[in-house]
Design a protein around this ligand. Sequence first.
Ligand code: GLN
Length: 200
Amino acid sequence: MKIGVIGLQGAVSEHIEAVKRAFSKSGQRGEAIWIARPEHLEGVDGIIIPGGESTTIGKLMQITEIFDVVKRLALSGVPILGTCAGMIVLAKRGDEQVAKTRQPLLGLLDISVVRNAFGRQRESFEADLHIPVLGEEPFRGVFIRAPAVKEIWGDVEVLAEFMGKIVGVKQGNIIAVAFHPELTPDTRLHEYFLKMCRKG
Ligand code: GLN
């Protein structure tokens, strides 16, 4: 199995390491590759859009022409995981900040997002999250200037909520979380994603 991590800006190597940990934890063979050009996406079984700065990631995806290839692959059923900024890039609708910077959104998830939704004083924090699809044990959520989902429609499922805000969603082959699962030793979210990739 081959998982591509969009490697233009943000927490790229952390995701590559997390995918490797998830592979060995689940006893699977597979590789995690750094995607810097559209042709690197050939034959991938899953794609991760990391956290970082969503305006930059979206614009660089367009400049490198990775943007349209990811969109096409997602629509053909290839599983995608977006974390933090990656969640914003996947959304169909943004907030005023998104409109102001005219940042490109892939529009693959039926959600609207708010950037930096947890306010200045809480720009970065950690919290235990209850994520039923990952089991009963809490998942440590690392939130760094994190977005939140404001509205959902279509067949979007809520995976996680925190402080009354939606911080994890799934719609078909696409999954997005507002926090950084790659920054904790817990590999359950990446393992869950790998399972989706295996089925796909
Ligand atoms: N606040 C960033 C944005 O809006 C996301 C932060 C992150 O990915 N850690 O792009």
